[in-house]
Design a protein around this ligand. Sequence first.
Ligand code: 3PG
Length: 405
Amino acid sequence: MVDFNTLDDFDFNEKTVLLRVDFNLPLDKESLDILDTTRIEKSLPTIEELIEKNAKIVILAHQGRPGSWDFVSLDRHAKALSDLLGKDVKFVNDVCGDKAIDAIKSLKPKEILMLDNVRKLPYEMEKKSAEEHAKTELVQRLSKVADIFVNDAFSAAHRKQCSLIGFTVVMPSCAGRLMEREVETLEKVLKNPERPNVFIFGGAKYSDVVKTIKKSLEEGKVDYVLLAGLPGNAFLKVKGYNLGEINEDALSEEWSDDLAKEMKEIIDRFSSSIILPKDFGIEINGTRRDIFLEDLPVDYPIYDIGDKTVSDFVEIIKEGKTIFLSGPCGVFEKEDFMKGTKEVFKAVAESKAFTVAGGGHTIAALDKLGLVDKISHVSTGGGSLERFMMGEKLPVIEALKAAKR
Ligand code: 3PG
């Protein structure tokens, strides 16, 4: 039982529903084509139920972060949703201006309208309280033309952003089916995880990972932490390894002295629980070469973990009774650098542990490897799942709970 409203608590007939989803998808860096639509697919039950219940559906979502290469318009997402639903999805390149308002007002029951990337609004990502967000133009204007706010963005539930928590203050609000199912399943796992408990982190974001690891280790909630990808590289740098300019540049977006200090403290206190890469696959003129820690620094990008690291990881995975997987171990999109991700993910899929996997790229990799069905719970969450697993209160869930009271 969840303690917020769900789709069962409202009558949606002919109502205009503002549906916040997380369609932040992995895109191809050159073509900007969508690489994986799992997050859209997971939102379909909510969207289909709202269509069935005769609602007018307005979708609000984000993609990328301002300034990053994948910060793009959502026209391609509307098209992908339309293909998956087999139904027309309108798109307007506006979020809360007159164009958007007119398009919302002209919607008919069972029609779907996708608004543009909400992060185009300069205040969307400001960390404020729900009450403060409720005063913005976004919330003020959209809440006047919609009846019910539905939040299905579990994978963004750790963000205190305007479109995620502002509407619950001023509108009747509930969770969508995806949010409901994620919270219900994960709460069950959290309450009684079997030990040893193994966390595996990879991928291209690491500042959130640092916080998750710190809290989980301090509270004794995790036995082993296996780090690959940028989280692995960031900890190696803190341990004093020079990774080479190209690999250190890749860490710079999230790097700060405070974060480095935090990582240093973690590694000093919990070194026996943290397993870091011992070897890597690097790309030289388009081909893979494997190197060891001793060969660092290198002038070539690290794109994967090597065989020794894989075997260290697999040994621990075999022991695990609860395994949490977040982020690929390397650039699995490149054929030559898929090996580490493939071996580690295969070991997780074959283990008898209760396995939880999360994050857009993790799901894309599992899908590519045909392993999705072998994971006990595939969550759409990346950062939100990490926070949830360590027992942190997530702003979006708290906002939904507050809206019920
Ligand atoms: C995610 O993909 O983790 C969510 O969409 C949140 O994205 P963010 O890390 O850019 O806030």
